[in-house]
Design a protein around this ligand. Structure first.
Ligand SMILES: [Zn+2]
Ligand SMILES: [Zn+2]
Length: 442
C-alpha cells in the first residue's frame, strides 16, 4: 500500500508531505496535508474540506487546489489523447441525441454552474456558482444577467486542461503587442492592462471516411498536321479533344475541429490553432472549478454540415488533382460518407478585450500553448508617412529633371533615374500597404 502510494506520488505533482485520504466521490482522489482532518470536497461547488474556502483548478499543480490552506485535490481523469472514444453517428443518431433518446449522451456540466447572459453581445458564459465577477469575457460589458445553467446541453466528453497560468498572459500579450512597426506607439501601454479571463471553449471534432467518385469532360490538346492548299505546304495546328473521364478518391478525415462558438471570429480561432489533441483527458467537472466555460452555440447538426462541406471541398481538390489537364467541363462529384464519428471537446483559451481610440479589440491566448492571436489597430499615419518617404525622392528627381529639361538642359538621364526610383519606391510602398491591411489581424 505504502509502495503503491510512493509510486503514485513520484509521478504526480502532489507535495511529498501530503497524504492520500479516502474519497467518497468517484473520479476524484483527495490529498490533504498529513496533519489535517480528512474530508471530502463538496462536489457541487468545490468548497475546501479543510477551511471551507473555494477551490479552483490550478494549471501549475494540474490539480484542484485551495489557495487559502494549500490543500491539493488530484483529479482522476484518463489521459486519452487522440484515442478518445468517439460517438459513431448517422443522421439517425444525431436526431436521437437531439431528442434525448440516446442514453449514452450525457447532458449538463455534471456540477452546479451558473450562467451569465450578456445583454450586450448575447454570449452565455458558464461560471462557478460562487463567482462574483459579472463581466462578459467576450465583449467586456457589465450588462450581464445571471440565470441557472441550461441542463439540456450535451456534456463534453473530453477536454485539454489549462496549461498556461493566467499570470503568464500579460507577458505573452506584451510580446505580441510589441511585434511589428505599423502599430500606434502607445499601443503596448494602453493594451497592457487588458484583463484576461480563462474560459473553456466548445469544439466539435468529426472523423469520417469519404469516398468521392467524379466524372468530367477533359480536354486535351491534340497536334495535327494538315495541308494548307493556299500555301501548298504541310502545317501543324492544335485543337482540344474532349473526352469523358472518371475516377475516384478515398480520403480519411481524423479529428477535424469545428468551432462551437460564434463569439470569436473564424480567422482568430484559426490563428489560435493548433491544439495538441494528444493531451485530451476525459471530462471531469473538477477541471471547471474556478474557470469559465462556454457551452456550444453551434448545434451538432450545423457543425456537422459545416465539417461535411469542408471535407467535400478537400475531396473535390483531390479529384481535381487526378485530372492532368487544365481543360475541364461538366465536372460532377458524388461523395459518400462512412464511419462518421463526433465528439464534443472543451479547449482552453484566455480572452481579453481592450479599447483603443474608442474601438474594441479582442486578444485570445491558447491556454495550452500560449500562442497569441488578436486584433490590433494599424497606425495609418505612420504607414502613409513611410509610403511618402519611399515615393517622394523619385518624383522630386523626375520633376526637377523635367523642369531642367524644359529649360533645355540635357537631363534625360536624371529623368530616367527619377522614374526608376519612383517605380522601386512604389513597389515597396504597395507591399507595405498590403502588409498594413493584413496587420490588423496579427
Ligand atoms: Zn483550504
Ligand atoms: Zn458580451
Amino acid at each position: 500500500m505504502l509502495d503503491e502510494r510512493r509510486a503514485r506520488m513520484s509521478e504526480s505533482p502532489i507535495p511529498s508531505d501530503f497524504i492520500h485520504v479516502e474519497s467518497k466521490l468517484d473520479g476524484i482522489t483527495v490529498y490533504a496535508p498529513a496533519s489535517r482532518v480528512e474530508n471530502i470536497p463538496d462536489a457541487r461547488d468545490f468548497k475546501c474540506p479543510n477551511c471551507g474556502a473555494t477551490t479552483a483548478y490550478s494549471p501549475r499543480a494540474a490539480s484542484v487546489t485551495c489557495s487559502n490552506c494549500g490543500s491539493v485535490y488530484a483529479i482522476h481523469a484518463d489521459n486519452v489523447g487522440r484515442g478518445a472514444a468517439e460517438f459513431e453517428f448517422t443522421l439517425e443518431t444525431v436526431k436521437q441525441a437531439e431528442t434525448y433518446s440516446a442514453p449514452e449522451v450525457l447532458r449538463g456540466w455534471g456540477v452546479t454552474r451558473r450562467e451569465l447572459h450578456c445583454e450586450s453581445c448575447g454570449a452565455n458564459t458558464s461560471v462557478a456558482p460562487t463567482e462574483l465577477s459579472t463581466t462578459c469575457p467576450f465583449c467586456a460589458s457589465n450588462r450581464v444577467a445571471a440565470r441557472t445553467a441550461m441542463p439540456e446541453i450535451f456534456r463534453p466528453r473530453f477536454l485539454i486542461p489549462f496549461q498556461i497560468e493566467r499570470d503568464a498572459c500579460a507577458r505573452f500579450s506584451r510580446e505580441w503587442l510589441k511585434r511589428g512597426w505599423m502599430y500606434p506607439s502607445d499601443l503596448v501601454r494602453v493594451a497592457y492592462n487588458a484583463q484576461f479571463t480563462g474560459i473553456y471553449l466548445s469544439f466539435w471534432t468529426f472523423s469520417a471516411r469519404v469516398q468521392a467518385a467524379w466524372r468530367a469532360e477533359v480536354g486535351r490538346e491534340k497536334t495535327e498536321q494538315f495541308f494548307d492548299m493556299s500555301e501548298m505546304k504541310f502545317k501543324t495546328r492544335h485543337r482540344l479533344e474532349w473526352k469523358w473521364e472518371q475516377g475516384q478518391v478515398a480520403l480519411p478525415f481524423d479529428d477535424e475541429l469545428q468551432t462551437g462558438t460564434t463569439r470569436i471570429s473564424a480567422s482568430l480561432l484559426k490563428r489560435l490553432a493548433p491544439y495538441q489533441l494528444n493531451a485530451l483527458v476525459t471530462y471531469e467537472p473538477s477541471y471547471l472549478a474556478g474557470w469559465r466555460a462556454q457551452s456550444y452555440e453551434i448545434s451538432l447538426n450545423d457543425a456537422w454540415d459545416a465539417a461535411r462541406g469542408r471535407m467535400r471541398e478537400i475531396a473535390r481538390d483531390a479529384c481535381d488533382e487526378q485530372i492532368d489537364s487544365n481543360h475541364v467541363r461538366n465536372f460532377s462529384m458524388n461523395a459518400a460518407f462512412d464511419d462518421e464519428a463526433w465528439r464534443l471537446l472543451l479547449l482552453p483559451a484566455y480572452l481579453a478585450t481592450y479599447k483603443f481610440a474608442g474601438k474594441s479589440y479582442q486578444i485570445v491566448i491558447n491556454g495550452q500553448t500560449g500562442k497569441v492571436a488578436g486584433d490590433k489597430p494599424v497606425a495609418w499615419t505612420k504607414v502613409w508617412l513611410i509610403v511618402g518617404i519611399l515615393i517622394l525622392p523619385g518624383i522630386l528627381l523626375a520633376a526637377v529633371a523635367l523642369v531642367l529639361g524644359a529649360l533645355h538642359f540635357g537631363t534625360g538621364g536624371w529623368f530616367v533615374l527619377g522614374g526608376f526610383l519612383f517605380v522601386v519606391g512604389a513597389v515597396i510602398a504597395v507591399i507595405l500597404i498590403q502588409q498594413a491591411m493584413r496587420a490588423g489581424e496579427a
